[in-house]
Design a protein around this ligand. Structure first.
Ligand SMILES: Cc1ncc(COP(=O)(O)O)c(C=O)c1O
Length: 313
């Protein structure tokens, strides 16, 4: 989907024009992938707009930077304020927010420590990520996810997404909406940009952090909602074939939100429609983010942007 430009981007503490947010081709990040980033959604609410789990996203950005010994000149709180500032300056909500920190123009060579750290925050409109309202048709990828002690999967680093790109390209070229990566031992890990949940009987399963998954913020929100709804939740290593015998399966992620899976490797999941546990969680999630239910977990940070009236309602 083409990026829709907005007016301003936040750069190292200042708002600059969108078209001035450029970097030199010799920046460290271009050559060695030295970036960490976040993806956050801001939802329309009846009284305005709210950013979903902003402090948690910024805490993860700070963690990612720490793993890569990348000093950030801003605290998580300061970065959260910057997100609100850039959304309000652009007046664009609902929207997707992309904070990124990377090693800029400094030295050549793999060691990043002498290249400066640049921080940018952009926001822009962005709709559905995994195609197919009727549910996604996915495959198990021939590519594995990152092996432990190679690329740390708890860091949301740009370089991790080279692996994601291989999974996603293979899936789309073969006619699927998305691919699921196995971990290095052949257990289920996650989608190229989503965490994975399966339901069998009345139990909700998801893969634990040790199976090379990102510590997804939507994942943790769904786990919290499931526990509150009295659904039994199990985080454990899952064999691939669980996907072929489960009753329901879905992805979670900031971009994917809660997307149910219709089939895996052309094997239909249940009857292909969104099953009851997925539906309950989908509804509970969207009720909160759309402001139809109280924000009982304090997940939304308000932003002062006038949201356009929905058309045809
Ligand atoms: C590889 C990967 N796994 C999982 C997720 C879901 O994480 P979150 O819910 O925090 O967006 C994402 C998206 O950020 C991702 O890129």
């Amino acid at each position: 989907m083409p990026i829709q430009a907005t007016q301003h981007i936040w750069h190292n503490g200042q708002l600059i024009p969108w078209e001035k947010a450029n970097i030199h081709v010799m920046s460290h990040v271009v050559h060695y992938g030295s970036s960490v980033f976040e993806g956050i959604r801001c939802y329309a609410q009846p009284e305005g707009a709210g950013v979903f789990r902003l402090p948690e996203h910024m805490a993860r950005l700070v963690d990612s930077a720490r793993i890569y010994r990348m000093p950030l000149a801003y605290t998580a709180d300061e970065l959260s304020t910057a997100v609100v500032d850039v959304i309000e300056a652009n007046g664009v909500a609902p929207c997707y927010i992309r904070p990124i920190a990377f090693r800029g123009y400094g030295e050549i060579g793999v060691n990043p420590l002498k290249s400066p750290v640049e921080v940018y925050i952009a926001n822009f409109p962005w709709g559905k990520y995994v195609p197919g309202n009727a549910g996604a048709d996915v495959c198990v990828s021939s590519w594995n996810r990152l092996a432990p002690n190679t690329m740390p999967s708890l860091a949301k680093a740009g370089a991790n997404y080279m692996n994601s790109q291989l999974i996603r390209m293979e899936a789309e070229i073969n006619g699927y909406d998305e691919g699921i990566g196995l971990d290095v031992n052949g257990y289920l890990s996650e989608g190229s940009g989503e965490n994975l949940f399966v339901v069998r009987g009345d139990v909700l399963y998801t893969t634990p952090l040790a199976n090379s998954v990102l510590n997804g913020i939507t994942r943790s929100s769904i786990l919290q909602l499931a526990r509150q709804l009295g659904i039994t939740v199990v985080e454990q290593a899952l064999p691939r074939e669980m996907l072929y015998i489960c009753d329901e399966a879905f992805f979670t992620g900031t971009a994917a939100e809660v997307t149910h899976l219709r089939s895996v490797d052309r094997i239909l999941i249940g009857d292909g429609t969104m099953g009851p546990i997925t539906s309950a969680l989908h509804k509970a999630f969207f009720d909160i983010v759309n402001g139809l239910a109280p924000d009982r977990f304090n997940w939304l940070t308000p932003v002062n942007v006038k949201v356009p009236e929905p058309v045809g309602v």
